[in-house]
Every structure is written in structure tokens, then in C-alpha cells.
Write a protein that binds this ligand. Structure first.
Ligand code: NAP
Length: 493
């Protein structure tokens, strides 16, 4: 990988990635899974240099980075296992029936990688959503080659992670251009990649502005391609009155913890908290104020993120009806994110769309409502979200089915009596949501289902067994789950 890879070199890399794809697409699911486990081995074998480099480039603490490294290796392993142990890319076989009128043909459906995939990672997860992150792992799992556009916030970390993938490629004898990482100065190189006619899909994690720009470029190509962009979100939390009365202090403590975790630099950070304006509210606000005031001010990922945080926060605090409840003194605003809580009435919130915009960092806006109707109006006004959370007593939950449905309409993941910051890597996870949380709400970017974004179905009709891909052969040589004439089975035909 070179610094600021020049455009002719980028073009060459795309051609080589296409050649590598044509070889890699011959690999069956088992061979792809074996390679993915080798990548996980190489990530796990990376020494202290990885953590030290990432620490110096991102200001993230060592313990957090060690956890993220383990999560990144787990992503490769669990997506690999999903290829061989579950029917994540569901194989379907409908055998022929020559006696039917007209005769029914033999049709067998499998999935192939879409081609060369370009991946853009986010600054806030230098491992799990970056070079060897979930988008790269899922594109490789689908049978694609990958060109990764390195994030300007952690270029050296990116090189170390790219090295792990490259060593796994060498050790397994796969084409060396199956994966490449490029560095570009500004947006030109990345946008050029998205326009390249040999690129067939894009994975993106980052800002709404960046994701939308790439989506627009991709849809204006002569051959439009999908952009799977996971973007910003304010992750609303809705508190109901009985829960407030029962646990005002506990909820305030938990909210303060979730809001300030990692200096608020999580895509699932709960930036809007919707609370009932009733007798117990002062207990909640007083505890929250005390918690936030004590939150240590800490360095953000880089000075650009800190500058955006202070600017976006100031813009929001200047809106009509917004009042600061608690603010940690900003001793070093150039680099640090100081936790801040503000309040606003439902009426003011409903009248001003600016108030529902994401402020990336430890900023929370408490929106107070006076009636169930006002609460419903707020939830209906919200844009698409990665998550929505309901804090309620069990009886309240039962009485508010309409509210649960409204939150599910707006978000990819709905939580009950918890906080959304953690995103488990598992089959049932949905990390995505209606726009602007993501550009395609039908898919997730976390969990093995993420593989589906980069695979496309192909049916083979009336082919002799020896010509079929391994997963469709009569004997089921890969031993995978398949739906044969409507029945899920591992048995051969
Ligand atoms: P970002 O500024 O959008 O950058 C992401 C990547 O896209 C970088 O490589 C960047 O290039 C590139 N990029 C941005 N705008 C571009 C454009 N117009 N044309 C071409 N390339 C472009 O995002 P970030 O600062 O890393 O992350 C912070 C944001 O990401 C927050 O809003 C957060 O909520 C969101 N986020 C979302 C998720 C999720 O899963 N939904 C996860 C984490 C973060 P450079 O490196 O050259 O700047």
C-alpha cells in the first residue's frame, strides 16, 4: 500500500482485483471459510504494535482496542462458520418431474459473489469497522475481492491490519490481489473507485454525508451499483411514566454511562432521550446532571471529530427552547469531547427538524412530553434509526403496543429496558435501519447475514451433476444445509 495511491495505480489495482475475483469465485464455501479462519489467526497473532499504533492514532484506550481486536477476529470466524454450518446463502434444489404436464425442469439455486467490492471504514472502530472489519469479511465470505479505502484517521493501523490479510492470502495460495488497501488524499481516490466500471458494490460505515455522497455517485453510473452504507443515528430512548417513577435514579445513571461511553463516539450512542414531563422527572434530571458533571472529559478520535462535535453542539444549543442542563467544563476543546446534556419541550422539538440531527460525541438532548399523543407524535417525526429503546414497566409495555410498533417502524433494532451502545455479533443482530441510518434497510452490516449484501443468486436449470458448483451437486460433498424439494436437509440426492 502506498501513501496517496495515484489514480493510474488505483485503476491497475481494480483490474488486478477483478482477475483475483475470477479465480476466487471458483472457491467453494468450505475453501472460503478455511481462508477466513486463516485471516482470523493472523489478526490474533498481531502483537502489541497493533494496539500501540491504534492507540496513538485514535486515542482509544488499550482495553477497548484489545476487545475490538478479539471482536474483529470473531467476525471472520463466525461468518466463516455461517458459510459451512448454516444456510446463510440458502441453497435450494427443486428436482425435475418429467411426468408433469408440462414437464418440470431440475432447478438449483446458489449464490456467487457480485465481483470487486470497495469498502470504506469508520474512524471510531479502527479494527471492527475498518480494514479487516465486518464489511471486508462479509464481502470475502460472499466470494468477492476487496479494495479497502484506508481511513485517514488511522493509516498506520490500516497497514498493519492489511498485512494480516495479505499473509493469510500468501499462506493459502490465493491470488495476491484478492485484497488491497489504498490510501488517498481527500475524497478523489475513493470516489474514483466507486465510479470504476469493474467495481460492483460498496460497503461503507461512517457519516450520513459521506455515505450519501457515495450512494449518489454509484446510482449515477451508467451501470448503477448498490452502496450498503451504515451511517449516523440518534438512537432515541423513550421513557414511560411508571418506569420513571419506579427507577428515576437508576435510569439516569444508566443513561449517563451509555451516553458517555467511548466519549460518545458510537454509532449507537443514545443522543435523544424522550421523557415524561411529570412529578418524578426532577429526580431523573438531578441525578443525570450530577452524573454528567462528573464525567471525565477525554480526547476524541482526532481533532476534526472534536471540532465537529463542538460546532454541531453549539448549533444545536443555539436553537429556540434548548436549555443546558449539565456541561463538563471544556478545558481542551481542540481535542476533547466534554459531556453535555440539554433539555427541550416536545412542542419545540416537533417544530424544529434541526433538533433531531446527530451530534457525534457525548451529547444528549432530553425531550419532555406532556401526553401519550405528544409522545406518539415525536416518534412518528423521527427519521430512520439504527436503534430505538423503550424503558417501561412490564404492564406499561403491554399497554403501549402501538408505541412499540411505531419504534419498530423507525429502527433496525428495538430494545426493552436496556441501552443500545453495545452491538452483539450474532445471527439475530440487525445493525442497519430505514434511511438515513442506512441506505438499504433490508440488510445488516453486523452478524453473518451481512454476507448477503455481496452475493447474488444464480439458478442452474437441467445441468449435469459434474458441471454444477459443489454446493449443488447431488452428493452434497460440502455437507451443507440445503432445501431440497421444500425440506431442509444435509442428505445427498
Ligand atoms: P466519515 O467521515 O464519513 O468517513 C468514512 C470514510 O469515508 C473515510 O474513509 C472517508 O475518507 C470516506 N469519505 C467520507 N466522505 C466521503 C466522500 N464524500 N467521498 C468519498 N469518501 C468519503 O465517517 P467517520 O468520521 O469515520 O465516522 C463518524 C460517523 O460515522 C458518525 O456519524 C457515526 O455515527 C458514523 N458511524 C456509523 C456506524 C454504523 O454502523 N452505522 C458505525 C460507526 C460510525 P477519509 O478517510 O479520507 O476522510
Amino acid at each position: 500500500m502506498n501513501e496517496n495511491t495515484p489514480i493510474p495505480e488505483i485503476n491497475q489495482l481494480v483490474i488486478q482485483a477483478q482477475e483475483a475475483f475470477l479465480v476466487f469465485k471458483q472457491a467453494n464455501a468450505k475453501q472460503r471459510a478455511d481462508f477466513m479462519h486463516r485471516v482470523a489467526d493472523e489478526i490474533e497473532a498481531l502483537g502489541p504494535e497493533l494496539i500501540a499504533t491504534a492507540q496513538s492514532e485514535t486515542n482509544l484506550p488499550e482495553a477497548r482496542l484489545n476487545g475490538e481486536k478479539a471482536r474483529t477476529a470473531f467476525q471472520w470466524r463466525s461468518y466463516a462458520d455461517a458459510l459451512t454450518n448454516s444456510n446463510i446463502l440458502p441453497v435450494q434444489i427443486d428436482t425435475s418431474n418429467p411426468d408433469r404436464t408440462p414437464p418440470k425442469p431440475d432447478i438449483r439455486k446458489t449464490y456467487v459473489g457480485v465481483g470487486v467490492v470497495v469498502v470504506f471504514g469508520a474512524s471510531n472502530f479502527p479494527f471492527a469497522f475498518s480494514t479487516a472489519g465486518g464489511d471486508t469479511a462479509s464481502a470475502i465470505a460472499a466470494g468477492c475481492s476487496v479494495i479497502f479505502k484506508s481511513h485517514s484517521g488511522h493509516p498506520e493501523t490500516s497497514k498493519i491490519m492489511a498485512g494480516a490479510i495479505e499473509r493469510a492470502i500468501q499462506k493459502t495460495g490465493l491470488p495476491s490481489n484478492l485484497f488491497a488497501a489504498i490510501a488517498t488524499d481527500g475524497v478523489v481516490g475513493g470516489q474514483h473507485l466507486v465510479k470504476h466500471h469493474l467495481v460492483k458494490a460498496v460497503g461503507f460505515t461512517g457519516s450520513t454525508q459521506g455515505g450519501r455522497a457515495l450512494f449518489d455517485i454509484a446510482s449515477q453510473r451508467p451501470e448503477p451499483i448498490p452502496v450498503f452504507a451504515e451511517m449516523g443515528s440518534v438512537n432515541p430512548v423513550v421513557l414511560l411514566p411508571e418506569r420513571l417513577a419506579a427507577a428515576a435514579e437508576e435510569v439516569a445513571n444508566q443513561y449517563a454511562q451509555s451516553l458517555t461511553l467511548g466519549v460518545g463516539q458510537f454509532c449507537t450512542n443514545p443522543g435523544i432521550f424522550i421523557a415524561p414531563n411529570d412529578r418524578a422527572l426532577p429526580r431523573f434530571l438531578t441525578t443525570l446532571q450530577a452524573q454528567i458533571t462528573q464525567a471525565p472529559s477525554a480526547p476524541m478520535l482526532h481533532s476534526g471529530i472534536a471540532a465537529s462535535y463542538h460546532k454541531n453542539k453549539a448549533d444545536l444549543l443555539a436553537q429556540d427552547g434548548v436549555e443546558v442542563l449539565a456541561e463538563v467544563p471544556a478545558t481542551t476543546p481542540e481535542t476533547h469531547g466534554n459531556a453535555t446534556i440539554a433539555t427541550v419541550s416536545a412542542q419545540a422539538f416537533l417544530g424544529n427538524p434541526k433538533l433531531s440531527e446527530e451530534v457525534f460525541g457525548p451529547f444528549g438532548l432530553i425531550v419532555t412530553y406532556d401526553s401519550p399523543q405528544e409522545l406518539l407524535a415525536i416518534t412518528q417525526r423521527l427519521e430512520g434509526q439504527l436503534t430505538a429503546t423503550l424503558l417501561a414497566e412490564p404492564a406499561e409495555l403491554a399497554a403501549n403496543r402501538e408505541l412499540v410498533a411505531a419504534l419498530a417502524d423507525k429502527s433496525g433494532r428495538v430494545l426493552f429496558n436496556g441501552f443500545p451502545t453495545g452491538v452483539e455479533v450474532c445471527g439475530a443482530m440487525q445493525h442497519g435501519g430505514p434511511y438515513p441510518a442506512a441506505t438499504d434497510s433490508r440488510f445488516t452490516s453486523v452478524g453473518p447475514d451481512a454476507i448477503k449484501r455481496f452475493a447474488r443468486p444464480v439458478s442452474y436449470q437441467n445441468f449435469p451433476d459434474e458441471v454444477l458448483p459443489d454446493e449443488l451437486k447431488n452428493a452434497n460433498p460440502l455437507g451443507i444445509w440445503r432445501t431440497v424439494n421444500g425440506t431442509l436437509t444435509k442428505a445427498g440426492l
